[in-house]
Design a protein around this ligand. Structure first.
Ligand SMILES: Nc1nc2c(ncn2[C@@H]2O[C@H](COP(=O)(O)OP(=O)(O)OP(=O)(O)O)[C@@H](O)[C@H]2O)c(=O)[nH]1
Ligand SMILES: [Mg+2]
Length: 393
């Protein structure tokens, strides 16, 4: 009997223990239950990623893998800008003729129409004179042209359109100087590079012209070093650096606010060390009223001359500023001995006559013309192509 009771007690205890254990287990199981399943968060995909998904990953992949850290963006490795080989400068103006024709034909067409009239009375001659002056030809050259045209027309009597065109072309070429030497002096002196100093009023296009010229010289097979002697603004040296990187020319620069003459000196020294063909020194655009700054330009030139010969001093002139720009340019001519003019923005004016007046006022030939903002929009000036563009075909 006692053993019965003992057995029952053991069974009761065992049942209780099992039930308690199961109860505890059940409670723990509830605690450990996973949180209700939420839909995965979908990260908004930026526009640029939508356009170009990372290779191998689809958009579905992205949605599923959101709990993992977002994919790291590819590290941007700086890539050196590709250096393009420009076309040679020869014949460049012919290729850019359309630019000229677009802006200049009103002058040419107007003159051709006036000169073709049957009766050329004083009123018509006055109109011809006004047209020429209005196109920035300048008073003295205009008078010379009109006088010559009057005599020729009298001799001719009745005129065919071809004859009128021929007459006008001849007169324009005479005024521009068809036979003027417009060679850009960029030949090396033995081992030494040629040096080109680029000067002019601010905003005329000095830095752009420096870059374009470097590109064209490199295209012709030269090694070019650029001197960023515009130290007044850090952005100026950066602008030149961008050109240098683009065309494959080394750029020598100094600290912002540093001595422009010392940068010019260093650039020439580098050119000599590197056996470069040409060193082009870009300078700051400065107002002629700041005498101190103008003196500084003289100093830049003198300092370069301690190391090399300055072969060209190019005055950059904005064709759209007309007579006003010319007056400012004259002051540069007094400080440095200008050897040539780079006439920029000729694509943006109908007053092509400035070619004539600027040469006359400054006594130096236009050697280069800027016909746009692109890297190949600089051409050696060709009077014949210019006049043909003026008069149309
Ligand atoms: N349409 C046209 N724009 C030109 C030409 N040459 C230069 N430019 C533009 O003129 C502006 C001024 O050019 P820059 O080369 O910075 O002039 P800059 O003389 O160096 O100016 P500063 O350094 O401020 O004195 C730029 O926007 C050029 O792209 C040209 O032949 N045609
Ligand atoms: Mg500049």
């Amino acid at each position: 009997m006692e053993s019965y009771l003992g057995l029952i007690l053991i069974i009761v205890v065992a049942v209780l223990l099992t039930a308690g254990g199961m109860f505890l287990l059940f409670r723990q199981g509830r605690k450990a239950a996973p949180p209700p399943v939420r839909p995965p968060e979908v990260r908004p995909v930026p526009e640029e990623e939508r356009a170009a998904p990372p290779s191998g990953a689809t958009r579905e992949d992205e949605a599923v893998t959101t709990t993992v850290p977002p994919p790291t963006r590819p590290v941007e490795v700086p890539v050196a800008p590709e250096i393009e080989v420009p076309p040679p400068s020869a014949g460049r103006m012919v290729r850019l003729r359309a630019r000229l024709a677009r802006s200049q034909t009103t002058l040419g067409k107007g003159l051709l129409e006036l000169l073709s009239r049957d009766r050329l009375d004083d009123d018509v001659w006055d109109e011809i004179e006004e047209t020429l002056i209005g196109a920035d030809v300048g008073v003295a050259p205009t008078q010379a042209m009109v006088e010559e045209l009057r005599t020729r027309v009298k001799v001719l009597g009745s005129r065919t359109p071809e004859q009128v065109r021929g007459l006008l072309k001849e007169q324009l070429l005479t005024q521009i100087g068809a036979d003027t030497d417009r060679t850009l002096h960029v030949a090396k002196h033995g081992e030494r590079p040629a040096v080109v100093l680029v000067v002019g009023v601010n905003g005329t296009g000095k830095t752009t012209t420096t870059g374009k010229l470097a590109r064209s010289l490199i295209g012709d097979g030269n090694r070019v070093v650029l001197g960023a002697a515009d130290t007044f603004r850090a952005a100026a040296a950066d602008q030149l650096q961008t050109w240098g990187d683009r065309v494959g020319a080394e750029v020598v620069r100094g600290p912002e606010g540093g001595d422009p003459a010392s940068v010019a000196f260093d650039a020439v020294a580098r050119g000599i060390d590197d056996k470069a063909g040409v060193v082009i020194v870009d300078t700051a655009g400065r107002l002629h009223t700041k005498t101190g700054l103008m003196d500084e330009l003289g100093k830049v030139k003198r300092v370069i001359e301690k190391k090399a010969t300055v072969d060209e001093v190019l005055l950059v002139l904005d064709a759209t500023t007309g007579q006003n720009g010319m007056r400012q340019a004259q002051v540069f001519a007094e400080v440095v001995n200008i050897t040539g003019i780079a006439l920029t923005k000729l694509d943006g004016t109908a007053k092509g006559g400035i070619v004539i007046s600027v040469q006359r006022e400054l006594g130096v030939p236009v050697k280069l013309v800027g016909l746009g903002e692109g890297p190949d929009d600089l051409a050696p000036f060709d009077p014949e192509v210019f006049v043909d563009a003026l008069l149309g075909d």
